[in-house]
Design a protein. Structure first.
Length: 121
């Protein structure tokens, strides 16, 4: 793919390149982390919180809402019997990110092994 300057309109916003759109959707400290944990299947809020122990509850909630708004995840509420159960999962649009997320995770692990220290948890 040739990387040249172009103007792109997406969701009523203007972007100078396609990478900007990708970063709008999955950029930031937590979005891609949340998404990579959903690659393995649906998760409840509490499961995500345990997996991402350094995220605050408020931030997790806000990021889940944004990912849902952007169409990358779906929030499913089960109300048949108490207690209320809510699960998050990737949408078909979100599933298109799986190869990208896996590549980012592999690259991150290679960097950690080469320049850092992997501590089993």
């Amino acid at each position: 793919m040739e990387h040249k300057k172009r103007l792109i309109k997406y969701n009523d916003k203007m972007f100078s390149c396609a990478t900007s759109i990708a970063m709008e959707l999955i950029g930031g400290k937590w979005k891609s982390v949340i998404l990579i944990y959903l690659v393995d299947g649906s998760k409840r809020y509490s499961e995500l919180k345990k997996l991402i122990s350094t995220i605050t509850e408020r931030t997790l909630s806000l990021q889940l809402k944004q990912l849902e708004k952007d169409g990358l995840i779906t929030r499913r509420v089960y109300t048949k019997k108490p207690p209320l159960k809510v699960e998050y999962s990737l949408t078909p649009f979100g599933e298109t990110l799986v190869p990208v997320l896996n590549s980012i995770a592999q690259w991150g692990m290679a960097v950690a092994e080469d320049k850092g220290e992997v501590i089993e948890g």
